[in-house]
Design a protein around this ligand. Structure first.
Ligand SMILES: Nc1ncnc2c1ncn2[C@@H]1O[C@H](COP(=O)(O)OP(=O)(O)OP(=O)(O)O)[C@@H](O)[C@H]1O
Length: 275
């Protein structure tokens, strides 16, 4: 057993996060007997935490499944893949590092004004899907946590005009890979604390916009932080809302056939406006 895993057995926060992941696995059927899961590890706090939690689950679960860590090197100078490799190997986990020329591709192809992050993420996602199949995996685990879900919900409402967040389990467009997000119930605050307390060797992705991009997401984060002062349970409530959808009380006409609306009545469940 790795030294870190040994220490984590007594760690309260690890137990809490383990409970969060266990609940997500149970609620959404994220992992099944015989699965081989590619765990996307960027060298950031979220994916390191996810890797440790999935390895713990693998050792304890009554079902048999495998994990393999995968890292994409996008070619940004200074990206310390050696640190990631060392950490993963210390945990006794198989690791695949894929070197790409994404940096060159983005520098060449990006049109002025287009978002650096979205091109980079799209390229990475394509390689991750390909690698998942190539490594004989049927699932790909991504390290998005509950704050990512809530912020994405707000971003889509505020800027895209769409009522959607992320899925905890979803068949990817390639029709082969099932994408899973085991940290859906873990909060970013817990992950940050866990990562600091256990000195996870976080590395910077070293892209040209690292830390400076995703301004709109930061705005959502700040907005939530402000609102949290008045409504302490706001994030819990928003996450719960994602699993408590009332299609008849929305305006998407495509849903009409599936969820026919009845005439408006007092029993509609709509909160009444206060006079
Ligand atoms: N270079 C990469 N190699 C492998 N997986 C990646 C890479 N970049 C991102 N991912 C995966 O996609 C998820 C979401 O990516 P994003 O860039 O939003 O990272 P993040 O929220 O900063 O998370 P992390 O703390 O894990 O870097 C990551 O948690 C990870 O699972």
């Amino acid at each position: 057993m790795s030294e870190l895993r040994n220490e984590l057995q007594k760690n309260e926060l690890f137990r809490k996060l383990r409970h969060n992941v266990g609940k997500a696995v149970a609620d959404f059927g994220l992992i099944e007997e015989g699965d081989r899961v590619a765990v996307a590890v960027s060298g950031g706090k979220d994916s390191y935490t996810m890797l440790l939690l999935l390895e713990e689950l693998r050792r304890r679960a009554p079902i048999k499944f495998d994990i393999v860590a995968v890292t994409i090197d996008s070619g940004y100078r200074g990206f310390r893949t050696d640190i990631i490799e060392k950490f993963v190997s210390e945990q006794g986990i198989e690791h695949h590092l894929e070197k790409t020329t994404h940096f060159d591709i983005i520098s060449e192809k990006r049109r002025p004004g287009s978002s650096y992050c979205s091109i980079c993420a799209r390229l990475k996602r394509g390689v991750l899907y390909g690698l998942t199949s190539q490594l004989g995996c049927n699932k790909l685990a991504l390290g998005h946590h509950s704050d990512d879900f809530i912020e994405t919900l707000l971003l889509n409402q505020f800027f895209v005009g769409s009522l959607k967040a992320m899925s905890a389990r979803m068949l990817a467009d390639n029709g082969e890979t099932t994408v899973i997000r085991p940290l859906v119930y873990a909060t970013e605050a817990d992950i940050i604390r866990f990562s600091h307390e256990n000195r996870l060797p976080v590395v910077c992705c070293c892209c040209p916009v690292c830390g400076k991009a995703d301004i709109q997401r930061k705005r959502m984060k700040n907005l939530l932080k402000e609102l949290e002062k008045e409504i302490p349970h706001i994030k819990n409530s928003m996450l719960k809302a994602l699993s408590n959808v009332h299609p008849r009380h929305l305006l998407d006409t495509r849903l009409a056939a599936e969820f026919p609306t009845t005439t408006c009545s007092d029993a509609s469940g709509t909160p009444r406006k206060q006079d």
